[in-house]
Design a protein around this ligand. Structure first.
Ligand code: ZN
Ligand code: ZN
Length: 256
């Protein structure tokens, strides 16, 4: 049974909806014992612009305030963690980390939606490309992020949309997954991508994951409170992972 989920957004990122309270209430109703809020961490480019698909800096204190109040109110029914989903940008990472810590974030999950950085490189990893170099760059960045030890796990590891030769994909992904397993991290099977039939979770990725003995966590990636109530989809995913022969584990936070 899936009763832990560390991947929850809030309306503050601008593309999720509902009240924080509804997410918590629905999680309790569905039998979750531990959840984490991991809205998109704010980011400002060097020209001073804030990304619109993330929590705005000004909204961060209220994010923590409101969620802390819910955490206290619901403490006998559910454990609530407060963190962020964050990119790994090497040159900015020290600043990003000290900022989220200063605000009281307990944990981070890695969501690498961009490569390199957003100051100059705004092409998303979810966009189609047949460049092996880009695929390698993404995988390398994710591994370097995990090696910092500050991320609890990598969300939608298969978000990189490689449209080139399957053999080339397979070789790189296999080496990547081996490394992730060696580092002791699970891979996230993303419920949002599965439900919306996005290009991830990608079958070939998960076939290789099974062969390499990787473990999977299910990340709901909730952008609406109703997702917590949809236990049928989670059961479907569990059956799918079982059929693939992948061991499912529950996600654990690594405190930052
Ligand atoms: Zn989001
Ligand atoms: Zn997410």
């Amino acid at each position: 049974m899936v009763d832990v989920n560390l991947h929850t957004h809030t309306y503050r990122c601008g593309h999720a909806s509902g009240e924080d309270r509804e997410y918590v209430e629905n999680a309790v109703k569905a039998g979750f014992r531990e959840i984490g809020f991991s809205d998109h961490a704010p980011f400002r480019t060097k020209d001073g612009k804030e990304a619109g698909y993330r929590v705005q800096y000004l909204a961060v204190p209220e994010y923590f305030e409101n969620l802390r109040a819910l955490r206290d109110e619901f403490k006998d029914r559910i454990t609530i963690h407060i963190g962020f989903e964050m990119e790994y940008y090497e040159e900015d990472f020290a600043d990003m980390l000290s900022y989220v810590r200063s605000q009281g974030a307990e944990y981070l999950i890695l969501g690498q939606h961009f490569l390199g950085n957003e100051h100059i490189y705004r092409e998303g990893t979810a966009g189609p490309s047949d460049s092996v170099e880009r695929l390698e760059k993404y995988l390398d960045l994710v591994l370097r992020a995990l090696k910092t030890g500050f991320f609890s796990y990598v969300a939608h590891p298969d978000i990189i949309r490689f449209t080139g030769d399957e053999k080339a994909y397979e070789t790189r992904i296999r080496a990547f997954i081996r490394e992730v397993v060696k580092l002791g991290y699970p891979l996230e099977f993303n419920r949002l991508g599965y439900f919306e039939k996005r290009h991830y979770p990608r079958d070939l990725f998960w076939k290789i994951a099974a062969e390499e003995g990787a473990t999977a966590v299910i990340g709901l990636d909730c952008h609406t409170p109703e997702v917590y109530l949809d236990t049928a989809t989670v059961e479907e995913i569990e059956a799918h992972l079982t059929a693939l022969g992948i061991r499912r584990v529950l996600p654990k936070i690594r405190r930052i």
